[in-house]
Design a protein around this ligand. Structure first.
Ligand SMILES: NC(=O)c1ccc[n+]([C@@H]2O[C@H](COP(=O)([O-])OP(=O)(O)OC[C@H]3O[C@@H](n4cnc5c(N)ncnc54)[C@H](OP(=O)(O)O)[C@@H]3O)[C@@H](O)[C@H]2O)c1
Length: 317
């Protein structure tokens, strides 16, 4: 197949594109051409790169048409954040593609209702990102039901991998949390540290996209959570990180708003959002219908990422 990946040089594309090349597909990657994948891979030599700025083309009403003109059998969209973007793409691609794979987020659900959350549970997205992603997904699944549009929605957890910073036990991208745990310095957690995070390794997200493509009839018209086998409480996460460095975590607990004051100001919004979501999801549907089999636990994924940051001088422990 000819597969087009919109936004294919990011966290997920870094792993997905080489996987698809190795399966024998012809790959086109659409980006603005501003960045390279996180890791070199000889498979990129076989990839055709097309420069396109989605926002600019969407504003001009030409993005969907430009994508259609590349005549792909399957389109993987890593960059759809609004129902308007979804509509523009679906209207252009209807009748022209065999499969559209949309990347959403577990935050389409808002806070967990009955954790681990399954795809069919009621949703109450909490903020603009989750609300708009949920509307985009609802639009797509409606199109699948009403008009047979061949779309699959894949909703990853907090994506982790070597090359970038994982969400830390203080529920944000403050890398000093890892450094403090490594030195047995005090780390403050909210409440009693029982809120949760749900990571997933970027290569496992790539695996889910690949499997959704190869299990076409089971995946079309469906949404799937793409997460590691289980979530982590902030407390167990902090304790595990300290143990990697031979330490016992030196934890203090504070009521939520008081704790938030201890988070560096730049990270507060993210910390609040991660705690309020307290993500804890089930990937049983993807395992059952797609044969998704995550290779990494949350801790294995984060550890690989933290080791990379240390080895590359981006985290001093
Ligand atoms: N990060 C997470 O933890 C997380 C969690 C759940 C869901 N998600 C979802 O994952 C998706 C993002 O995937 P990712 O994390 O793999 O991507 P990413 O690392 O953010 O990379 C973005 C990719 O899109 C390209 N790009 C950015 N702006 C563009 C534009 N205006 N026009 C064309 N190309 C553009 C970038 O290349 P250039 O800069 O060269 O254009 C790059 O290839 C989003 O849908 C997000 O909601 C992410």
């Amino acid at each position: 197949m000819r597969v087009l990946v919109i936004g294919g040089t990011g966290h997920v594309g870094t792993y997905l594109v080489p996987r698809l090349v190795r399966l024998g597909h012809e790959i086109i990657v659409v980006t603005r051409g501003q960045r390279e994948p996180y890791h070199a891979d000889p498979a990129w030599g076989a990839v055709r790169r097309v420069k396109m700025d989605r926002q600019r083309e969407e504003a001009a009403g030409s993005f969907g048409r430009n994508v259609r003109d590349l005549k792909a059998d399957a389109v993987v969209d890593m960059l759809c954040f609004t129902p308007e973007s979804a509509r523009q793409l679906a209207e252009a691609l209807r009748g022209h593609v065999r499969h559209l794979l949309h990347c959403g987020t577990i935050w389409v659900h808002g806070y967990p209702v009955e954790p681990p959350v399954t795809e069919d549970q009621p949703r109450k997205p909490l903020e603009e990102y989750g609300i708009l992603k949920n509307e985009a997904e609802s639009y797509y699944l409606g199109q699948a039901q009403q008009r047979g549009f061949p779309v699959t929605c894949l909703n990853p957890g907090h994506i982790v991998g070597p090359g970038w910073e994982p969400v830390s036990p203080t529920a944000c991208h403050d890398m000093q949390t890892f450094a403090k745990l490594a030195r047995a310095e005090e780390v403050v957690l909210p409440n009693i540290g029982m809120e949760t995070l749900h990571h997933v390794h970027a290569d496992d997200v790539a695996q889910a996209f690949e499997k959704a493509m190869t299990h076409w009839s089971a995946s079309v018209g469906e949404a799937f959570h793409v997460v590691s086998p289980s979530a982590l409480t902030l407390r167990s996460y902090a304790e595990a990180v300290a143990s990697w460095f031979g330490q016992k975590a030196n934890l203090r607990f504070a009521p939520f708003e008081e704790w938030l004051e201890t988070v560096p100001p730049d990270f507060r919004g993210s910390a609040r959002a991660h705690v309020e979501h307290s993500s804890n999801f089930s990937c049983a549907k993807a395992m059952r219908l797609l044969g998704y089999s995550p290779r990494y636990t949350s801790l294995e994924a984060v550890r690989e990422s933290v080791n990379w940051l240390i080895e590359h001088g981006r985290l001093t422990v």
